[in-house]
Design a protein around this ligand. Structure first.
Ligand code: HEM
Length: 259
């Protein structure tokens, strides 16, 4: 609920900031006619309205529904809000049929990013709680083991759609721009962080989660395994946040393919 409220607020602030940037001043930007122009004629402005409405609807769903329906409805509105992010970036600026391919690919990219980052946040919440009881450890183990296949699918989608993004925005003829331009260097840093995240995710899946599984029936105080997972997932989450900060930065720069 806090996240949905923050997203609704951030989206409204984004519209005001975009309007002020375009009109040259906050006073001019906050005029109804300028704000109307941003949300009527600009894809990022329209997308921000969709995100505000979806996030607000999620707050209402979380407040008034109960049980599984509460989370399923909130997740659906979350999916709409996530998809709208693709209309904020460079993907919305690519013209013609390639533009639709780029936009569709970017929607899948932000979906996969949201599911991976959302799951990491959920796991971190579970692991920060006391894992004193066998039930608590069994729950965490079941959640981690249950996510394994989904996690690998999200990684595959991120790599494929990331390559589509890179093909359109960097281009096979501009590979040297990955170290000669600001955009390229930030994208390279992102890919480095992504590779470290992959290493941590593999360790969680193939070493630390099975170790927690083996400890379930063994010793009552088997929190060493929980602590190891806590550290690894905390580091993976921190790297994921760094990836989003890097994207927020190079998403505002001119991509190499734009010349
Ligand atoms: C942890 C993994 C990753 C996360 C969380 C992530 C997240 C994101 C997000 C949120 C965007 C912004 C989308 C937009 O505003 O349109 C983005 C854009 C992008 N991503 Fe990723 N991504 C990940 C992995 C990758 C990989 C593996 C590649 C390359 C193979 C890649 C290449 C790109 C490119 C080129 C863009 C376009 C940026 C722009 O609009 O200029 N990403 N990513």
């Amino acid at each position: 609920m806090g996240a949905a409220l923050l997203l609704a607020l951030a989206s409204l602030l984004y519209i005001a900031a975009q309007s002020s940037l375009l009109s040259g001043s906050v006073a001019e930007g906050l005029k109804p006619e300028t704000l109307t122009a941003v949300v009527t004629y600009m894809a990022p402005g329209k997308a921000a309205v969709v995100r505000t409405v979806a996030a607000s609807a999620a707050v209402i769903a979380l407040a008034f529904l109960s049980g599984r329906a509460r989370f399923i409805v909130a997740a659906c509105f979350g999916a709409v809000a996530t998809a709208s992010l693709a209309w904020m970036g460079h993907a919305a600026a690519t013209a013609g049929w390639l533009g639709w391919v780029h936009l569709f690919s970017d929607v899948l990219h932000v979906f996969a990013a949201a599911i991976w980052m959302g799951a990491l946040t959920g796991f971190l919440g579970l692991l920060l709680a006391e894992l004193k009881t066998p039930e608590a450890r069994a729950n965490v183990h079941a959640a981690l083991a249950g996510f394994a296949g989904i996690g690998s699918t999200m990684v595959a989608i991120l790599i494929l759609t990331g390559l589509v993004n890179s093909w359109v925005l960097v281009g096979p003829a501009n590979l040297e721009s990955l170290w000669t331009t600001a955009y390229g260097r930030l994208l390279s840093l992102k890919l480095l962080a992504f590779l470290v995240m992959l290493g941590l995710a593999a360790a969680n899946r193939y070493r630390l989660t099975p170790a927690l599984g083996r400890s379930l029936g063994a010793r009552a105080d088997a929190d060493a395994e929980g602590a190891a997972l806590r550290r690894s997932i905390a580091l993976e989450t921190a790297l994921g946040i760094a990836v989003l900060l890097l994207v927020a930065w190079f998403g505002t720069l001119a991509p190499p393919a734009a010349g």
